[in-house]
Design a protein around this ligand. Structure first.
Ligand code: AHM
Ligand code: MG
Length: 321
């Protein structure tokens, strides 16, 4: 059994230039993830369910566990070290965590608890992370293709961590008895074409006619191309994209006619998941451009997202050209 700790050390060998830095950041993310997994497992017993009185920068009601998960990740980076800036879905402004101004070369972006509507009903949840190296001017808003590492934790029947540092994609499963993640799938490759589509179809009346046609296409009957696809949607992006990563198909959170930018956030949802899926051979797209080449303008900007098997995403894109 290969532990994540051992694997991170191995990655140092592959990326000697940033060896120490890479393992320091990953270890902090892993310890935060373990803590969140533990607290989620007993949230019903510790008065941790339900909502706070706060709304986040996107106008969404903040759940107690959203706030707690955010605090856990902030604490993991609070002593500065090599990370200068932490950006989170649950914080309006980027947080400077470095002790001395200008120290720290990295920015870490988080969605601390993805799929918040699942918290109170014991359905799957996730945490998403993205690591960027600051450029010489201290700019931390960089396109997804420049991520140093990205990945997610999925708190489901078991807790898993999936990550890439720009080469392969690996999955680790938490052994709660030992408190350590162990390698459970290495060099994951997404099927080039799948059998599942994942979208909130309750929003159909808000979509453009092109979008309706995309979803209709995957529901149509056609033996040659393996349609109709099955529909799966958990309300947790991490869980739905993880299924697509392993089984193939596509996940869509499209823009709406009155909200063309959609709901999902570029820096801590769309870009890190696209980085993972693309290292596994898939695609992440807005429908008209690659997620990984978008130059971000603000930390919290939203983008439409179509992500998954290469062929399936390309078919969807054809409807939007
Ligand atoms: P969150 O990070 O606040 O939970 O929002 C993101 C979530 C995704 O996990 C999920 O795919 C999507 O929003 C669900 O939204 P909807 O309820 O509109 O389908
Ligand atoms: Mg989210």
């Amino acid at each position: 059994m290969v532990s994540l700790t051992h694997h991170i050390v191995e990655q140092r060998r592959l990326q000697p230039a940033s060896a120490e830095e890479f393992s320091d950041i990953m270890n902090r993310i892993v310890s935060g993830g373990k803590r969140i997994a533990q607290e989620l497992s007993e949230a019903g017993l510790t008065d941790s369910l339900g909502t706070t009185d706060e709304r986040n920068v996107h106008g969404e009601q903040v759940k107690r566990m959203d706030a707690r998960a955010n605090q856990i990740f902030v604490d993991a980076f609070q002593d500065g070290g090599i990370v200068q800036i932490v950006v989170s879905e649950e914080m309006d402004e980027p947080l400077a965590v470095a002790h001395a101004e200008g120290s720290g070369n990295y920015a870490v972006f988080f969605d601390p608890l993805d799929g918040s509507s699942n918290i109170d009903v014991n359905a799957p949840l996730g945490s998403i992370f993205s690591v960027h190296r600051l450029d010489p001017a201290g700019n931390f808003l960089k396109p997804g293709c420049e991520q140093v590492a990205s990945g997610y934790l999925l708190y489901g029947a078991s807790t898993i961590l999936v990550y890439t540092c720009g080469r392969d994609v690996h999955q680790f499963t938490l052994d709660p008895a030992v408190g350590e993640f162990f390698l459970s799938a290495s060099n994951i490759q997404i099927p080039a074409i799948g059998k599942i589509y994942s979208v909130n179809e309750g929003n159909e009346s808000k979509w453009s006619k092109h979008l309706v046609k995309i979803v209709d296409y995957f529901k149509d009957n056609d033996e040659e191309t393996g349609r109709p696809y099955s529909s799966r949607y958990t309300g947790c992006l991490v869980a739905d994209v993880h299924r697509i990563l392993l089984k193939g198909g596509l996940y869509l959170y499209p823009g709406e006619v009155k909200k063309p930018e959609g709901k999902l956030r570029l820096m801590y949802e769309a870009a890190p998941l696209s980085f993972v899926v693309e290292q596994a051979g898939g695609l992440g797209s807005t429908g008209v451009e690659r997620i990984s080449t978008i130059h971000p303008k603000t930390p919290h900007q939203c983008v439409p997202l179509i992500i998954g098997s290469r062929r399936d995403v390309e078919v969807a894109e054809q409807f939007l050209r």
